[in-house]
Design a protein around this ligand. Structure first.
Ligand code: DQA
Length: 137
């Protein structure tokens, strides 16, 4: 089974960025743990700070992969284009957030991803990715 994790802007700084919200582990370290746990899954990870690159990646993987776990980060709340891409592809997308965006500023309460995601998992720290992965098992 082929599953991709796609991370949006500033998530390359996990570990040092606002650790009180996002924790102190780098995504690379967490990703290695996931690969170790899910040896049967062909798990890949892509991160970009650029909106169009995230759309390109969704289109590239979205007709052959079994699942995509998408944390579009701040673009979640602004990007009609990423929302449209999630709608356009065939691969089911689970929307993930590390923090509970509903417990934060109002600007984070809107999502352009949710209407076309199969589900949303948020607020469980990095474990949110693991919980999302379990959907595809
Ligand atoms: C986030 C929440 C977003 O509001 C924020 O812009 C992020 C990360 C999360 O995983 O909690 O960059 O998607």
């Amino acid at each position: 089974m082929k599953i991709a994790i796609i991370n949006g802007p500033n998530l390359n700084l996990l570990g040092t960025r606002e650790p009180e919200i996002y924790g102190s582990k780098s995504f690379q370290e967490y990703f290695s743990e996931l690969q170790f746990k899910y040896t049967d899954v062909e798990l890949s990870h892509y991160q970009s700070n650029v909106e169009g690159e995230l759309i390109n990646k969704l289109q590239e993987l979205g007709f052959s992969y079994d699942g995509i776990i998408l944390n579009a980060a701040a673009y979640t709340h602004t990007s009609v284009g990423i929302g449209d891409a999630v709608k356009a592809i065939e691969t089911p997308v689970v929307e993930v957030h590390i923090s509970n965006t509903f417990s934060r500023e109002e600007v984070r309460h809107q999502s352009y991803i949710s209407p076309n995601a199969v589900g949303v998992i948020m607020g469980f720290g990095l474990r949110s990715y693991d919980l999302a992965l379990q959907y595809f098992m």
